[in-house]
Every structure is written in C-alpha cells, then in structure tokens.
Write a protein that binds this ligand. Structure first.
Ligand code: NAD
Length: 505
C-alpha cells in the first residue's frame, strides 16, 4: 500500500499540473491575464530548488488595470446587503474547507513549511472567512449620542478599493486574515502576494469567485515588491494598504504612500521574548518554547526567538529545550513525520546562516543545530540554540526568522524586564510563572502588542492582533479590522430650535 507521504506527493503532482502548464497569471476582473509586458519570473520549490512554474511580472499597466477593476466593482460591492456578503463569505469558507488538502499540499511545496502545520493553516483560513462573514451585517453599525439639542449618529462606510500585500511565511492563512475583513467591510481589493510563494493566492481568488463573489471585487497581481507592490502603494485610487512583512519594507511603504496620504495597517517583524521564571511549570513551558520557535520553520512573526530564563533553572531548562529540539524531525515537508522543512529560499538561508557566523564572532556558543542535509537538497536548518548570549549581541536583537533560539539568562524580575524591553520590536511576549501577582504586573510592563501568560500563541479572532514599536501599526481582529477598512462618519441632527448665533443679521 502507498504510504501517506507517497500519496501526498502523487496528489500534489496532479494539483500542480495546471500551474506547470499555464504558470501563475494575474487575476483581474475575473479573467486570467498575463502581464502586459508578457514578462514573468521563475517560482521554485524550496525542497529541491527546481522550477515549479513561471509567474507574471506585473508593471504599471497591470496594476492600473487591477485597480480600475477594483474601483469599478466598488460601487456595487460596497452597497451589497450585509447579509448577502455574509452568505458569500461563508460559501468561500466552505470551499476552502473542501479544498483544504489541496491548498495545504501546494502551500507546503511552495513554501517548505511542513504539511502538519499547513493543513491547519488552510483550515484557519476558512475560519477567518467564517468569523468575518458573521460580522459583515454589523460593519456599518455605530452609536448614537445625545445632547439637549442634537442627536448624533455615527456610522461607518467602506473606505474604497484597498491594496493587500502579503509575505511568504504562511501566505494562504495570512492572505485570508486580511482579505476576509476587507470584503466583509464592503471594500474591493487588489492583492499582491509574495513573489516567493504565489500559488495559493491564485487558488484563493478562484475559490472566491466560484463561491459567488462578483468579478472585479478581488483582483490579484503578481510581481516583485519593488515593482508591482510599490506601484500599488502609490496608486491614488487605492485608499488603504494592509501590509504584512518586514519592518524595513513597512517603512518604505509609508514613504511610497505619503503623496496619496495612504492609510496603512502594518504587521511587521518581531524578536519576541519568552520569559521563564523558576516557579513555572517547566515541562509545559519547555513544550511551548519549542513549539513557538521551531513550528513553521521558525519563519513566524510571533516566534519566541529570545528565551529569557531565570539563572537558578537555566541549566536544567536549557537542557529540556535542547533535548526536545534535537528530537524534532527535519525533512521533506510533505512527509507527515516532518516538523521542520526547508527554509523558503537560498537567499533567506544565506541570511539565517550569516547569523550563525555573527553569533559565533560575537562570542555566543552554538549549543545545537545549524545547517543540515535534507531530501531534495534544499536549504535545511536544524533546530538551533545559541547560549552565552548577551542582550547587546546582534543575534539577540535582530529578527533571524528561522529555527534559531537565543538564550538570555536573568537573575531578577527587573533584569528580565530590562532585557525584554530593550528591543526595537514589540509584537508578542510570553511569560511563564505561577505567581499571579508577578504575572499580572510583569505582563503589563512587557512592551509588546500581545502577551500570552502560561501559554503558547493561541489566536482568538475577536481579540486584537498587532504590534507596537517597529512591529506594526494597527490591529487586526474583532471590530479593529472594520475600523481600518471603513471610514467613520458622524451625522448630527438638530432636535430643537436651538439658538443660532446671528452674525450680520
Ligand atoms: P517582505 O517585507 O520582504 O515582503 C512582504 C511583501 O511586501 C511581499 O509581497 C513583497 O513583494 C512586498 N514588498 C517588498 N518591497 C515592497 C515595496 N517597496 N513596496 C510594496 N511592497 C513591497 O517580507 P517577507 O520577507 O516576505 O516576510 C517576512 C517578514 O514578514 C518578517 O519580518 C516577519 O516578521 C513579517 N511577518 C509579520 C507578521 C505579523 O503579523 N506581524 C506576520 C507574518 C510575517
């Protein structure tokens, strides 16, 4: 009988055929369209670095066409009844669920992320659509406030066509996270997926139209960030940019969007601390630390990449983490036994490996991990731990975005807090202690947008997701998403014949 792994590979082969034949074309106004220049670039799989297919390389005329399509569709979609939008978004969720295995296989092959995580990510994509589908009928809701002579009605309206620019780390899930609330709000969109991982974005827009989304509401343009992405951020008819990616890119987008006063929502990088006190449940803490740094190949914005451990338990706890790390299976991402697959691309591997050299030159000790051989010859990195790290080292300050953990010991709460907050980033933080008072106080003093106490990152969609400092601007989730994709308007009614100042009368 065929193993699950062999079965996965065979199914993937069938699913990929269409991309191998026609490449990844743009999707504008319901049509598959080549880039106007007919230029394309190669998309490779990180597993074997072999070409999967060609991808359209969009320029000005393509971005203009996509934006025009989104602009034309806006007048209809923005007025669609909320209940209708709700129905369509639920239909999209159902189709994602039906095609979850296909999406997960393709995503694994395109990104190198192991199937065990991509299967869940595909279903989370469906859950994102369901959550925002249910909110859609209430997006316009506001509040009424009263004075003796006026009644104020506050309401929201979709802001207009928006640009959505996504990265390569979990491209399918992250795209749904942005696109679902935009559509629920009544915005139309132009999506620019990451050039390293364009496949599932194409499937997603097709699913949406098959599920009843009117043509032109959702347009996808492929291409390089500095070309297609930049043009999108500069376009006057795009009213807001929702961006997930590196902090440096966020800064560029802010500049690019300045002339058109673009509203921006940024989810950027992180160098997140997990703080383990001596009174913590060490077994659970070790499981969570290992999960949060080595799942998704460590290519995870909320990864717990800085382990702060109290000196009294340092040796014991580091050993617990090391033992787990060394048992993690590094391998082919479609193999159900694999946890860590290849990094996205040799360019990214170069960056991660460079930090190995930087760390050693700074005097840190490579306790375990480093580059390893893997099936297909892609850029595989084993779960890595650096010890003898101090807070001013570059490996302790900069986002490595790979399966690399740095260990920073501390003696006191004050010292721990100083290390946590001595960072340009502030996305997430994790805290392990059984002392309620300490948990309450310390979590409030940690400079980050999201803190989990005695837990790994568990996303709850009604809660705000986002970072402070260089980790982002704005929040996703709950009503925060609607605030971004909608304009707020106040209408004030006079309810009495109040006295109007008479000037010149
Ligand atoms: P990136 O910034 O290089 O690219 C992200 C996207 O931006 C891509 O689609 C790219 O083509 C586009 N882009 C690049 N230059 C552009 C420009 N000048 N104008 C417009 N678009 C441009 O990021 P990446 O390497 O793809 O992703 C990894 C980064 O994303 C990490 O820093 C990670 O922390 C971050 N990330 C953050 C979150 C979060 O929620 N905070 C989630 C996932 C990833």
């Amino acid at each position: 009988m065929m193993s699950e792994f062999e079965n996965n590979k065979e199914k993937l082969f069938t699913f990929l055929e269409r991309f191998r034949e026609s490449g990844v074309l743009n999707h504008i106004n319901g049509e598959n369209i080549e880039a106007d220049s007919q230029q394309s670039f190669e998309n490779i799989s990180p597993i074997d670095l072999k070409k999967i297919c060609e991808v359209s390389r969009s320029g000005l005329s393509d971005v203009n066409l996509a934006v025009l399509s989104a602009k034309n569709a806006f007048s209809e979609w923005s007025l669609f009844p909320g209940q209708e939008r709700k129905k369509i978004l639920h239909n999209i969720a159902t189709s994602i669920e039906e095609r979850a295995h296909e999406i997960a296989l393709i995503e694994s092959f395109d990104t190198g992320q192991s199937l065990r995580f991509m299967s869940k990510a595909a279903l989370r994509g469906a859950a994102n659509f369901r959550y925002f589908a249910d909110q859609a009928p209430y997006g316009r809701d506001g509040e009424s406030t009263f004075t003796d002579s006026q009644t104020n009605m506050t309401m929201r309206f979709p802001i207009g066509p928006v640009g959505i620019i996504t990265p390569w780390n979990t491209p399918f899930m992250l795209s749904t996270w942005k696109i679902a609330p935009a559509l629920a709000s009544g915005c139309t969109i132009v999506h620019k997926p990451a050039e390293f991982s364009p496949l599932t974005a194409k499937i997603l827009v097709e699913i949406a139209e098959d599920a009843g989304l009117p043509k032109g509401v959702w347009n996808t343009v492929n291409g390089y960030g500095e070309e297609a992405g930049k043009l999108l951020t500069e376009h006057p008819d795009i009213k807001a940019i929702s961006f997930v990616g590196e902090s440096a890119t966020g800064s560029m987008i802010m500049k690019q969007g300045a002339n058109t006063l673009k509203r921006v929502h940024f989810e950027l990088g992180g160098k997140n601390a997990v703080v383990v006190f001596e009174d913590a449940d060490l077994e659970r803490a070790a499981d969570a630390v290992v999960f949060m740094i080595y799942s998704l190949n460590g290519e995870r914005c909320t990864s717990s990449s800085r382990l702060l451990v109290q000196e009294s338990i340092r040796e014991k706890f580091v050993e617990m983490v090391k033992q787990r790390a060394e048992k993690i299976v590094v391998g082919h991402p479609l193999d159900p036994n694999t946890t860590v697959g290849p990094l996205i691309h040799p360019i990214h591997e170069e960056k991660v490996k460079n930090y190995f050299e930087i760390g050693k030159n700074e005097g840190a000790t490579l306790l375990t991990g480093g580059s390893v051989e893997g099936p297909g010859g892609g850029p595989y990195i084993a779960p890595t731990i650096f010890t003898n790290v101090s807070k001013n080292m570059r490996i302790a300050k900069e986002e490595i975005f790979g399966p690399v953990l740095v260990v920073l010991p501390f003696e006191s709460e004050t010292e721990a807090l100083d290390i946590v907050n001595d960072s340009e980033y502030g996305l997430a933080g994790y805290l392990w202690t059984q002392n309620v008072t300490r948990a309450f106080q310390f979590s409030q003093s940690m400079e980050a947008g999201m803190i989990w106490v005695n837990s790994e990152n568990i996303r709850h969609l009604p809660t705000p997701f986002g970072g402070i400092k260089s980790s982002g601007i704005g929040r996703d989730g709950g009503d925060w998403s609607f605030d971004f994709y909608m304009e707020t308007k106040n209408i004030s009614f006079a309810t009495t014949e109040h006295k109007i100042p008479k000037l010149g009368a």
